[in-house]
Write a protein that binds this ligand. Sequence first.
Ligand code: HAM
Length: 458
Amino acid sequence: MFEPLPGFRDFYPEECRRRDHIFRHWRQWARRHDFEAYDIPTLESRELLTRKSGEEIVSQLFHFEDQGGRAVALRPEITTSLARMIGARANSLKRPIKWYTIAENFRYERQQKGRLRSHYQFNADIFGEPGEEADAEIIALLLESLRGFGLSPDDIVLRLSDRVLWSLFLESLGIEGETALEVLAIADKMERMPREALEEKLTPYFNEATEEFIATVEGLRSRRGIEELESTLLALMPSTPLRERVAARTSQWNELLRSLRALGVGDFIRIDPGIVRGLAYYTGFVFEVFSVDEKGEPSGRALAGGGRFDGLVERLGYAAMPAVGFGMGDVVLADCLAEKDLLPPLVDAPDFFCVVGGDEERRLALEDAGRLRRDGFRVRYPLKATGFGKQFKQAGQSGARMALIYGSDEAASGSVRLRDLRSGEEAVVPRSRLFSVIHRSLEDPETLHHLNQDHDQK
Ligand code: HAM
């Protein structure tokens, strides 16, 4: 007996319906925000993924050597491959480049609630636009697509932070470059790390000033307004050039917040310097979306995360290209929608169910089923002969709108009996008029009723 590997899921039709519902929404919102679809290979060069994404993802790679001796890996995320695609055609692509994809990702994680080894992600990214308008466009798509599922600012929050301000703060402490990235990777886990472990991780960078650093960061993390954050940072910084850079950044923050309010998603935003993001390539505004608990506080795992990553294309060896984007996972999202009772019952029903008598009637039913299918309808008929009673029961359970009944009387008179499976209304219709009656009854559910009355009056 075999089961799926740990962290992988089988999708029976019911789960497929739920997944397709989520995908449909994602696609719809991407299109409404004017993003184009693209796709990337599932298998990538291991080197591309290990050099460019950041340590955490690298330790989670599913990797192996292929038969040609190449070191390959299943994609753990989309972004690095996307940067490769964009870099390769940077000159010919029309800007702004606004692309989206829905793709399966693989990460060898410890399996737990909200974390699997395979998950689907909705990714949307904008390349070629360095300004906050692009960040606003990305964040608006992320939040509108979540609102589209019925989630309101009472249900979810987007925690918005900034790697530029984080970097300026670290620079004021003399920490820059690779070392700053290492400290940011630790800061990203601060929320979830026990104090002792945190001190141990930070001591190599701050020695006896470690406690003071943690206290300062805790103060910064609790700031919820941009002016408040700015004044706290300015108070920490003696150097004028750094202070000027903080002030310049504050005005970019204000631009971004203005656009987000104008786009109608301001109520979802919470300024929250506690967000750093685990991936090394982020360079500017960063954000994560969480569901909120009864106290209005973010809880559980992030539904989505993203930010600006202006250096990635260049680091892959191409001309520099600014970029901003997000990834939203299906696992945490589906859990959140289920908890909030926002997953509608998803029926997958045929339009018509043919109830057939003997062999001759079956031939007639198959002819009509074929024509109806070519006309765009979804038609079901029993694949083997059974009694009428059983077929009527199956027709009722199928959720079909109408039963098309092919009995010997109907066959002899060249007609079909139509039964509206909701109202129970029936009418006998010549096969030659089947299509026009069907089309009419889709526009007007009373059609069979009227046909019956006409018949009674004759
Ligand atoms: P990420 O934060 O690693 O970002 O993943 C984005 C979302 O995917 C997470 O918030 C979570 O919902 C979901 N996710 C990630 N790992 C798992 C897992 N093991 N099981 C279930 N769900 C998971 C990125 O991947 C970036 N590449 C996003 C991005 C796009 N940044 C810029 N553009």
